[in-house]
Design a binder for this molecule. Structure first.
Ligand code: ZN
Length: 672
């Protein structure tokens, strides 16, 4: 529930595309995307702001990323019990093979290996289907022979027999989910009922603050066939890797930025040493309250999506550095929150007398591992325990440099295909990166904070029901759209001209009326709240502006384009709609709210939809993105002390995967 991931296609639809306002933070000719294979794109990301950290902070980031990578193999083993042995064999071939690398079979072999690296195992990271080799068993045998790679009969069967462990996580309601899933949280042969019975016998249902039962263990059949837990901890299952993690976390304790952060890290270390889930809760409480400092991290057995029983936590690590630029932008916007409220086009009785901007955190990723790598979320909200969230709060962050890398790696294809003219494209290339960031800041900090209910009106969720969510998003978008062309933003130093706002308008209209239809299956209408909101806003202003030709719909060579003719009038229309949406919310006017959404936000024009699907399909943008991590390299003096940490940006996915296997293989694989 608590994690936002993204498809490449989706990144483009958030109105984000690929261009820049400021010079790229590291290199102007930075290569964002290195290769495509299968249904995947490999992307690089930059780490802006690292040079603004002091040495102690840089060390902290370094130690935390090393702790993260030390657990990498845990995720491989969790995904499937044979993954590490398979990887070892495949990598031996990749390293040693000196035969024909131009042969089609070799290329197919490498795609197979890359798919497995990408998914930390032989099952697709998203569909969880097993990858089926497109080369023959004979060819594989020849590779093994040429490289002296030994592969057992059992493993050959796993690789080449499609029926063996075909699904990592089997959702077929007619099958036993535990027995039929290949994921390695339960020893083969253990059934769904046995898992239920085991946990029923130990869970205390009367405890208002329950531990996360089962989160850090594998269920196995012990002596006499009795079901028992093997706990992931120092000295327990995965102990070799966890000890290595602890070594680095203890170094991190030494360089923590402040006491609350240090305290949380210490509890985390204790938890890894003991496996005590009560300490995991203590840690999460300490961590969610450690909000000061520029560096944060996620480390542990966290999300339970990989487990058919939603009990076992997948290993993951994400190390985060404050996005200083975004924080500054948010702070500047928040400091004028009252000005925005006072000057809003909404009715005076719906304005807040005292408005406080909502804080919204953007961070930059410094390194990821386990469940978060190479495929990554773009935002995270933790901890997961409901009672901790209620009693102690939670942390919610957007991963800024990951989102940016997705946009840049998407390339100019969609922009070229759907832009009306050169001017629009040029503006987008120059300004849309900042436009996207400003839209986010205004939407989150000001948009969701604005407006109040009339007295006697219940909360909007009660009065507006299923329309509450799209209307709330519409209100936040409209506040952002209304202000993004305001001279006030230039005055505040947030942007140099209203061209940024115009780029935001171009993107919003194009996305709301066309691009987002890429996510809708043929014959379907729009369900998702954000998408309903965006189409409602865009099609409302399109219709209301027709008399004045504010936006024209252009048909050229069988293709549709939307061209904004009058940006000032368009702003007025956004203002009118904002006033109306706020009135609906403030008065709880359900009839008007449902009419707005149903008439403008739900139905899809089938012909235009079909056209959008056809035009975008031709661009061949792979749906999944995975990331090459930066490499943090300590610089030491003669005494061996670290004097600086350098950031390098590796360019080769294969190289990084082999390097990680070299440096961070801590789990025994039998004949290692
Ligand atoms: Zn929102």
């Amino acid at each position: 529930m608590i994690r936002f991931s993204i498809l490449i296609a989706v990144a483009l639809l958030l109105g984000l595309s690929c261009k820049q306002e400021k010079p790229a933070p590291v290199e102007t000719d930075f290569v964002w995307s290195t290769e495509d294979f299968s249904d995947k794109r490999i992307i690089r990301y930059q780490l802006p702001g690292f040079d603004r950290l002091n040495l102690q902070q840089k060390k902290l980031v370094y130690y935390l990323t090393q702790a993260g990578l030390s657990g990498r193999d845990i995720m491989w083993d969790m995904n499937y019990r044979h993954n590490l042995a398979i990887r070892q064999a495949l990598e031996n071939i990749v390293r040693k093979y000196e035969g024909d690398k131009e042969a089609e079979d070799w290329k197919k072999f490498m795609v197979y290996v890359k798919n497995i690296w990408f998914s930390s195992g032989i099952h697709h990271h998203y569909s969880t289907d097993k990858f089926i080799p497109e080369f023959s068993q004979e060819y594989f045998a020849s590779l093994c022979e040429a490289t002296q790679t030994e592969v057992s009969e059992e493993l050959k069967k796993v690789l080449f027999d499609p029926s063996v462990d075909a699904k990592k996580n089997n959702l077929d309601p007619n099958l036993d989910p535990v027995l039929s899933s290949a994921v390695n949280f339960y020893e083969p042969g253990i059934t769904d009922k046995e898992v239920d019975d085991f946990y029923k016998s130990i869970i205390d249902t009367t405890d208002p603050t329950p531990i996360s039962y089962g989160l850090n263990s594998k269920l196995v059949r012990g002596a006499g066939g009795k079901i028992e837990e093997r706990v992931w901890k120092v000295g327990g299952l995965y102990g070799e890797a966890i000890s290595e993690m602890v070594k680095w976390l203890e170094k991190a304790v030494e360089v923590a930025e402040n006491e609350p952060q240090r305290e949380a890290l210490k509890i985390l270390v204790e938890y890894y040493k003991t496996g005590d889930l009560k300490l995991w809760d203590d840690y999460n409480i300490a961590w969610s309250q450690a909000t000061a400092g520029d560096i944060d991290y996620i480390h542990g057995f966290v999300e339970v999506y990989d487990d058919p029983k939603a009990l076992k936590g997948s290993y993951e690590s994400i190390v985060q550095v404050n996005d200083f630029d975004a924080s500054e932008r948010m702070a500047v916007v928040a400091s004028s929150a009252q000005w925005f409220e006072d000057n809003s086009p909404i009715m005076d009785e719906h304005k807040k007398d005292t408005v406080v901007g909502i804080s919204y955190k953007v961070v930059n990723v410094a390194g990821e591992s386990g469940d978060a790598s190479p495929a990554t979320p773009i935002g995270v909200n933790l901890p997961n325990a409901e009672w901790i969230r209620e009693d102690y709060g939670s942390k919610s962050v957007s991963l800024g440099n990951i989102t940016e890398a997705y946009e840049r790696a998407a390339g100019p294809g969609l922009l070229q295909e759907f832009s009306h003219d050169e001017e629009e494209m040029a503006r987008s290339k120059k300004h849309s990166s900042l436009a996207d960031k400003m839209m986010t800041a205004l939407h989150e900090v000001i948009g969701h904070a604005s407006g109040k209910l009339e007295s006697g009106v219940a909360t909007t969720a009660e009065t507006l029901g299923k329309y509450a969510s799209p209307l709330e998003e519409a209100r936040a978008d409209l506040v952002a759209l209304y202000y993004i062309v305001d001279p006030k933003l230039v005055e505040m130093g947030l942007m140099e001209s209203d061209e940024v706002g115009k780029a935001a308008y171009d993107a919003y209209i194009k996305n709301g009326l066309m691009l987002q239809l890429r996510r809708i299956l043929p014959g379907k209408n729009i369900e998702q709240a954000h998408m309903r909101n965006r189409q409602m806003v865009a099609s409302w202003v399109f219709e209301k502006g027709q008399a004045d030709n504010v936006i024209s719909k252009v048909e050229r060579e069988g293709k549709t384009y939307f061209e904004i003719n009058d940006y000032a009038k368009l702003r007025e229309l956004f203002g009118q709609l904002l006033r109306e949406v706020q009135r609906i919310k403030s008065q709880g006017d359900t009839a008007a709210g449902s009419a707005l959404i149903e008439n403008y936000g739900v139905k899809v024009d089938p012909a235009l939809h079909q056209q959008v699907l056809a035009r975008s399909e031709k661009l061949n943008i792979p749906p999944y993105g995975g990331f090459i991590n930066p490499r943090l390299v300590p610089v030491t003096n003669d005494a061996g002390e670290i004097t600086d940490i350098k950031v390098e940006y590796p360019e080769d996915f294969t190289g990084q995967m082999l390097e990680y296997s070299d440096k961070y293989s801590f789990l025994p694989i039998g004949k290692k």
